[in-house]
Design a protein around this ligand. Sequence first.
Ligand code: SF4
Length: 425
Amino acid sequence: MKDIFPGPGKISIQSLDFIYPATLLTETHDVEIYDANILDSSYEQILEFVERYSPDVTILTTAPNYLFWRCCPLGISTPKELSLLIKKESDTKLILIGPHPTVSPEWVINECQADFLIRGEPEISLYEFIKSNLEDTNIKGVYGNGVTTNGIAVVDNLEDLPVCDYSLIKQYKYHAYLAKNYKTGAIIEFSRGCKFNCIFCFNQLFRNKYRARPVCKVIEEIKLLKEKYGYQYFYFIDELFNHDTPQFRLLLKELKDLNIQIGCQCRPDIMNEDLLKEMKNAGCLIIEYGIESFAKEILYGLHKNINVKKSKFIIEKTSEIGIITRGFILYGLPDENIKSLETTRRMVWALNSKIFIGSNIVIPYPTTQLFKQVYGSKTEIGKSEWNYCSKNIGKLSHTHKFVIMLYRYIIHVQNRAKLLYKKYK
Ligand code: SF4
């Protein structure tokens, strides 16, 4: 049986959601990963490939790539157009994965005319379902062809994920996410999920519970990528990289000997100086902190009770220790007002060029607590709920959208100005 996984998207990073199941399937199947994103393929080129390869099964994702499962587009126009074309032009069985099939299976399967969906974390279920020649419809997460009650797949034990077979994507050169000094880089996964519960986090149905992979598998992948494919920079896709467990400390210890550089996402409140030093020694080049706001009442409302003083301290220490420090601010948050925006602006200014600030306007994704706050509890999430999210971006704040945009601009400009000043001083 032949299977293909075309992967559309904007940022060129490895699609681990495809590589894991494809690796497992290579034992019994002829598998090809076609990265339509990195090739910048047109629909015609994708169809040409499907025609040439003539797969029995084709798998598409509705997220632009693996990084975007939790901040995906609010529509499915691209996967829908591609799905309909593939169904029209070939006899392949079409399976869709991604956040949209997970949250809104009925809407997605009807719009995209897919044969099946895999809801939730797809890797193991997808492998088992294809291995069963699409016959075992009792597999967790499988949806379609009259099967609607199998629930959502979760990879409970990350030990079940294989060491990725990177020969499946050896023809592609991927970007070094955030690291400008490297031409290429690899995405890697040590852990999945998070023990916190921020109300805006789109993690209720997948990547929710914290789990970690065996350190030996992660190290094996890094060595393979470095020695065989020349990668020197690795970005850990984990939601909560600095969750301080013995397994995490072991990972840092093992990374030390590899002479590579890494980037990652962390929470400032569970960071400490000792851990920062360990991370630096392990080759940490970049840390991204989810800050959201420096106003304590806003953080409280987000269920992200981060101590602002501690955040500031950790940001300063991270920068002092020589790790590039990035922070994310969200705007349009519930109860946000001029005072809270001003508090955040002042703190960014006070951090005095120690941090690169990225920002976005919060999206009330379906199934999040934020969505429930503004929309009420809904059991069925379909097209109108996704539309509702896109119409309500930034409308939760007590300030006008213009004020939000103005603050976003001011904070961005003052941060850039300080950084430039520091650079040319
Ligand atoms: S800390 Fe990050 S990953 Fe965890 S719940 Fe909050 S936003 Fe989500």
